[in-house]
Write a protein that binds this ligand. Structure first.
Ligand code: PLP
Length: 481
């Protein structure tokens, strides 16, 4: 297709602006390509503004656009966009940088240790394509879905959560990010504090800040959030929400210790607060993880937990289907906000999710993913220990797709480079060396205790890239150390 588009691009000068190009059939014959290739190539040129296609009439060379004589002055927007927060207690900050780090495609040749989703070769591409095509043919697939989501899909998510959660307590959401946004908007008024783990997922901090909320950090250790500090933070702030990732926490990879699970729920309950449980990588447990603890929502008769889960991490960032689950009056609040903000998740995608998780390919895919993640984790861990022993790796996770490393303390001398400025120096040096890493700073809502970085092993092509990426990181460390 690209070749044909290139050929046509070269030949466009033959036609006068507005002139008709040969018919699709003539192009098929002339270039001996399929009609689909012709239509894609013309589509490409149309997207570039070189060609205009008119259904039924054919394709025409585009007329050059008349340049605007006067360039507008948009500087007034700076005032307008800042003025809206004048009366806010907590200024609203809309900043997507924490999220785009994990979504951005690195420049060609750069090894992607910063990706937040599995490499295409780890995605169930065939199974997703088959599911989508079956879904598109289901009766009513393009109609309006029930606003809460397809009943069978709600049932599937309820079964996955387990315990006493029922389909009636589940709402289908457009992935975890959207579900977290709904939860935070539903549970907290602008200006309110929201307790967050420290460190935590920058995308959630971005949601909180964009909603005018004030994230208050509560430190995590090897057993997850520290209950005594959680209780202190509730007392000090009067917060009504705590956002928690009990399983394979992002970024530390830790799992909430069994004895802390009931404690966290009790502390929140006593504070009259909700726990938003972000169960984002349950389906990315490594082969050697052993049995997983149930979601907090499965053991929560009093409706303290608002549970968030998503299919994206185990499929593709574009498979934006997830769920919110909650018990009690809060469910209606969540439902209302979700409808106001997004109406509903496109029905074909919900149908495709049902097709996918019901297919024999799904458990096979999850098993293969879990084995691959385990060997990639081991490969990366071994490489780091060998080539970068000065970086400390406090926890080897048994789920998820990344490692969280602590940089040497910036206490003067040459290692000063690793203070918070050093973290960005290292990130830049790494990029120059050909490897993209995620610096630790955006994971902290207040001053971090040390420099950190997060290295993802899922977004790269394979173990060879892991070895090469660590080699490049070694070179970067040598440069800034
Ligand atoms: C902890 C956590 N929660 C939620 C999400 C959102 O993911 P998605 O919207 O693709 O489900 C992410 C993505 O990186 C994440 O790391």
């Amino acid at each position: 297709m690209a070749e044909l588009a290139e050929q046509l691009r070269k030949e466009l000068d033959r036609y006068s602006p507005g002139g008709k190009l040969p018919s699709s059939r003539a192009l098929v014959e002339r270039y001996r390509v399929s009609p689909v290739t012709v239509s894609r190539a013309l589509g490409q040129l149309a997207a570039e503004g070189l060609v205009v296609t008119r259904p039924g009439a054919g394709a025409f060379r585009a007329r050059p656009r008349t340049p605007l004589t006067a360039v507008g002055d948009t500087s007034w927007q700076e005032v307008a966009l800042s003025a809206d927060g004048a009366g806010d207690v907590v200024p609203r900050t809309v900043d997507a940088s924490g999220v785009t780090i994990c979504l951005a495609t690195p420049p060609p040749g750069v090894i992607e240790f910063n990706g937040g989703y599995p490499h295409p070769t780890l995605q169930p591409e065939k199974a997703m394509a088959a599911a989508l095509s079956r879904a598109g043919r289901r009766p009513g697939a393009w109609g309006r879905p029930p606003l809460e989501g397809l009943p069978e899909l709600r049932e599937w998510f309820a079964r996955e959560i387990g315990g006493t959660v029922t389909a009636a307590e589940v709402l289908i959401a457009a992935g975890g990010q959207s579900a977290l946004t709904t939860a935070l908007r539903a549970l907290t008024p602008p200006g309110a504090p929201v307790l967050v783990e420290s460190p935590t997922y920058p995308g959630m901090l971005a949601i909180a800040r964009a909603a005018g909320l004030r994230p208050v950090p509560v430190p995590v250790d090897a057993g997850g959030v520290k209950p005594a500090l959680l209780a202190d933070a509730f007392r000090a702030t009067g917060a009504r929400v705590f956002v928690c990732q009990p399983l394979f926490q992002n970024p530390t990879g830790t799992v909430l210790a069994p004895e802390r699970r009931p404690e966290v729920l009790r502390i929140a309950r006593e504070a009259g607060a909700f726990v938003v449980e972000d169960d984002y990588v349950r389906r990315l447990a490594h082969e050697d993880a052993g049995p997983l603890p149930r979601p907090l929502a499965a053991d929560d008769p009093d409706g303290v937990v608002v549970h968030v889960s998503s299919l994206t991490k185990a499929t593709s960032p574009s498979f934006r289907v997830g769920a919110l689950a909650a018990r009690g009056p809060v469910l209606e609040r969540l439902r209302a906000i979700q409808i106001v903000d997004t109406f509903f998740v496109p029905r074909p995608l919900q149908e495709a999710a049902l097709e996918l998780v019901g297919s024999p390919a799904w458990p096979r895919h999850l098993r293969a993913l879990s084995a691959e993640l385990r060997s990639r984790r081991d490969a990366m861990t071994a490489c780091l220990r060998l080539h970068l022993p000065e970086l400390s790796l406090p926890h080897i996770p048994s789920g998820g797709y990344h490692l969280w490393l602590r940089l040497p303390d910036g206490t003067g001398g040459t290692s000063q480079a690793f203070g918070s400025g050093g973290e960005s120096a290292l990130t830049s040096a790494a990029l120059r060396a050909g490897v993209a890493i995620t610096p630790g700073r955006p994971y902290f809502s207040a001053e971090p205790p040390a420099g950190h970085m997060r290295l993802s092993f899922a977004a790269v092509a394979g173990e060879q890239e892991i070895t090469e990426g660590v080699r490049r990181l070694r070179a970067a460390c040598d440069e800034v150390l």
